[in-house]
Ligand binder design. Structure first.
Ligand SMILES: Cc1cc2nc3c(=O)[nH]c(=O)nc-3n(C[C@H](O)[C@H](O)[C@H](O)COP(=O)(O)OP(=O)(O)OC[C@H]3O[C@@H](n4cnc5c(N)ncnc54)[C@H](O)[C@@H]3O)c2cc1C
Length: 502
């Protein structure tokens, strides 16, 4: 690998979570590079985004930061997965849990789940709702955290909930302690050189900051990538209707649940995210179906806060992605590269994927653009994979009680991949195998798709006179429940696991 082309100086523009995540990863990996982060004291961070997938744990591992160091400072809690409430009105399918993966599932219980799905698809009366089959669903129902006793031999993936403002501050302190230079100023102009490369940015005090490589973390503005480099934005508006959110906190309960709750409302859905000191709540909706005032009123009613004077915050969301995330000598990370609405809390996962893959490809290409096209197509695929999974939640909704839900289920702007997955669900004798065989496993595993579709009750009617088949016999399920329960004994309460961090 040639070191000669390695950038000597990198300028990160933007000090939100994405900017400081990038700063930490780069500072750990390229200790010899001069890394500066510019943020504006006049333009705030978005200040939402409090749930994660297990990718955030990978980020902290790669950034060499322990849970005991960051979690208490960010009022963070553990997350085993997401409860979906009210997305289907079919009896028995009013809610389901989408767990993060655990090894026990793949080895012992998911095969039974898929057997029962197959039988249910043929009209047999078997239990094919996902909840009984997953260890993390069970421990969540028991309010247990995801860290097993040391003697438990199976891996369990988990994510976090955290205060996004505090996380940004923590990551800033950490990056600065690693030598990242922080500069305050507002970019007024991007200066371009021959070949259309970014050379420097001019600040509001007329000073100029130059670098060899730029990371655009300027949020929805996307100052460098969409602004200066004019990289087109591909909107997901046709696929995903939601474009606004209203957020407000509520007091935390004594028992802190290790899950995000996503409850379907009249024209979108509400999140409930437990931190150690409060719940973060938000209603993600479409302004085509609801005004700001109506959305706020509905959220307040949902939270039992109609008469409360706690202030609500309103936000707009631009949903889609840029066509190239890395162009010329600039990489966009975070909202500047795109955003998919937060139903599965995937934004920071995509930011982490972007930075860690960029480091890999840039190094493998000896710090040239050799792997730029490959990188861009990989990240686009990741975005599309997440988008398809989110779109599916709306497409197969079993409500149709408001125009919003009706229009979502009637929306046929589906990608080819999503159409294929839905066809496999209803037609394939082996859904998981055929998803792999058809290269449809992009951002979510077959078991996640199965949780969603089975969790909503997307099944044909039962056969006339159908009764329990062998695969789903009460005895089998009792054994499985007993196995899951005994595994669950290896996990202490979530509250106790949080206390241990202090
Ligand atoms: C409603 C909602 C809910 C969300 N929920 C989740 C979730 O549960 N999980 C998740 O992972 N993500 C979630 N996200 C996304 C998450 O909030 C963002 O991905 C994350 O906060 C990173 O934002 P950012 O750093 O890209 O941008 P920002 O936080 O907007 O930071 C932008 C930075 O750029 C700087 N800047 C802007 N203009 C200039 C300028 N001219 N000169 C200098 N600096 C400038 C600003 O000062 C700021 O520091 C959610 C987003 C929304 C809208």
């Amino acid at each position: 690998m040639s070191e000669s082309q390695k950038p000597k100086k990198i300028l990160i523009v933007g000090g939100g979570t994405a900017g400081w995540m990038a700063a930490n990863l780069l500072a750990v990996r390229w200790k010899d590079v001069d890394i500066c982060l510019l943020e504006s004291s006049d333009i705030g961070i978005i200040g939402v985004g409090e749930g994660s997938t297990p990718h955030l744990k990978l980020f902290f591992d790669q950034a060499e930061i322990d849970e005991a160091e960051w979690m208490p400072r960010c009022n963070a809690t553990y997350k085993n997965g997401i409860s979906f409430v009210g997305w289907s009105s079919l009896p028995g399918y009013e809610s389901y849990f989408h767990p993060f993966p655990a090894q026990t599932d793949d080895i012992f219980t998911v095969p039974v789940f898929f057997n029962n799905i197959r039988a249910r698809m043929q009209g047999d009366d078997v239990i094919a709702h996902p909840d009984p089959y997953f260890l993390e669903t069970y421990i969540t129902q028991q309010n247990r955290g995801p860290i097993p006793e040391e003697t438990f031999p199976f891996g369990v993936a988990y994510g976090y909930h955290f205060d996004s403002g505090l996380l940004g501050k923590f990551l800033a302190d950490k990056a600065i302690s690693r030598g990242v230079k922080r500069i305050f100023g507002t970019v007024t102009e991007t200066l371009m050189g021959p070949g259309g490369h970014v050379v420097s940015v001019r600040l509001d005090d007329d000073s100029i900051l130059s670098a060899d490589f730029f990371i655009d973390c300027s949020g929805f503005k996307s100052l460098l990538l969409q602004g200066a480099l004019k990289i087109p934005f591909k909107s997901y508006r046709e696929n995903l209707f939601n474009n606004a959110a209203v957020v407000m906190p509520t007091p935390i309960s004594e028992v802190i649940p290790p899950e995000t709750k996503a409850t379907a409302l009249s024209s979108g859905w509400a999140w409930k995210i437990p931190l150690t000191n409060r719940y973060g709540n938000g209603y993600v909706y479409s302004v085509d179906y609801l005004t700001q005032e109506q959305a706020e009123k509905e959220l307040r009613a949902h939270l039992g806060m109609l008469n409360s004077d706690v202030a609500a915050r309103h936000l707009q969301m631009k949903v889609g992605r840029v066509e190239q995330h890395w162009a010329k000598n600039c990489l966009a990370v975070g909202l500047s590269q795109g955003f998919i609405e937060p139903l599965e809390a995937t934004a920071l996962a995509l930011s982490f994927e972007t930075v860690s893959r960029f480091i890999r490809h840039f190094e493998n290409g000896s710090f040239t653009t050799q792997f730029q096209d490959l990188f861009n197509s990989e990240i686009n695929l990741k975005f599309e994979g997440v988008r398809d999974y989110i779109v599916c939640h709306y497409k197969v909704n079993q409500r149709a009680d408001t125009p919003y839900w009706h229009d979502n289920s009637a929306n046929n702007h589906l990608s080819d991949n999503l159409k294929k997955i839905l066809n496999l669900w209803s037609g394939s004798p082996d859904f998981a195998r055929d998803m792999h065989a058809n290269n449809l496993v992009v951002s979510y595993q077959p078991k996640s798709w199965a949780c969603l579709l089975a969790g909503y009750g997307v099944f044909p009617p039962l056969k006339a006179g159908a009764k329990n088949s062998q695969v789903g016999s009460a005895q089998n399920l009792d054994q499985l429940a007993d196995f899951v329960r005994r595994c669950g004994l290896n996990f202490k309460s979530h509250n106790d696991q949080l206390k241990k961090l202090n």
